[in-house]
Ligand binder design. Structure first.
Ligand code: FES
Length: 114
């Protein structure tokens, strides 16, 4: 297998029952990961261009479900299955989906008091 141009990390963290903190795995991230894998395959990108990976907590829980895109260092928040095609199209276009980005002003703020 070759090194890909892009790696997309879909947080799959699930916090235990009763934990007040949100977690991406309880917000639909397994379905988002599956949709991302399928979309990359459908568009012929999965073997060379981009790989979808699962990850543990990316520490942006209040904005989840989260997809982190490298090497762009872009973090998409409030992901849904419906948003996946736009994420993949941005890879093809060589840009990021600005409206999905977790704003840097909120990074480090959303997870206080963990
Ligand atoms: S649980 Fe997904 S970013 Fe923390």
């Amino acid at each position: 297998m070759s090194k890909r141009e892009h790696y997309l990390f879909v947080c799959q963290n699930v916090r235990p029952d009763g934990n007040p903190r949100p977690s991406c795995g309880r917000g639909g991230s397994p379905e988002i990961y599956a949709a991302l894998k399928a979309e990359l395959l459908r568009r012929g990108l999965s073997k060379i261009v981009a790989r979808a990976c699962t990850s543990s907590c990316l520490d942006m829980c209040d904005d989840g479900p989260i997809i982190g895109v490298q090497p762009e260092n872009a973090f998409y928040g409030h992901m849904t299955v419906d948003r996946v095609p736009a994420v993949v199209q941005a890879l093809l276009d060589g840009n990021v989906v600005q409206e999905f980005l977790v704003q840097s002003a909120t990074l480090g703020e959303s997870n206080k008091d963990r």
